[in-house]
Design a protein around this ligand. Sequence first.
Ligand code: ADP
Length: 209
Amino acid sequence: MKLNERQKKILQIVKENGPITGEQIASELSLTRATLRPDLSILTMTGMLEARPRVGYMYVGKKNASMLHEKLDTLTVGEFMSSAKVIHESMTVYDAIVHLFLEDVGSLFVVGNDHALVGVLSRKDFLRAAIGNQELDSLPVNIIMTRMPNLTVCEKTETLIGAGMKLIEKQIDSMPVVENSDGILKVVGRMTKTNMTKVLVALARDEEI
Ligand code: ADP
């Protein structure tokens, strides 16, 4: 939430002098208590200030923010990932497009014979192939996919924030969640911008996550 200048000043006063009454805050700002009422309501409703009867206003904004911070540090990819949608590298682009619709996803992960991750296909890859006058029903996906070693991946144990930063930095919508099994990268899940958005909404609603 964006605070106005007066709300910021009130927070500063309560932080330095709390607990402090509404009257005292008003006199610090050379304003009347009535003028401050809407600002004080907003600050208490959003949880930045706590109003204790007969005690006054106390600052809690910092506490909430650092609690959120601590909570975020404990959330991991494994808890929030979706199930992976993988296809074999020999599948035709046409069949993969059908797959994309049937699975209702924005990208597909591609594996080889040993089930090792070899590539990623996004909507743009399919569009590029579709406008390129190619035979989509005979062209295998491994010709058009983004391939190893250029893939961005994450692991179950990674923090959600770390994974979010990778998505932003690389400007991609999703990443395979992988497990290293004897040197082979196996796909165990999918971490997407939608997964991140769901967590954000749950945190904002203060849901148990
Ligand atoms: P869209 O095509 O819908 O914009 P993305 O932004 O995810 O979706 O994909 C953009 C490009 O980045 C595509 O060429 C895609 O193959 C590639 N890409 C997508 N995800 C990854 C990933 N995890 N690692 C490397 N490249 C990726």
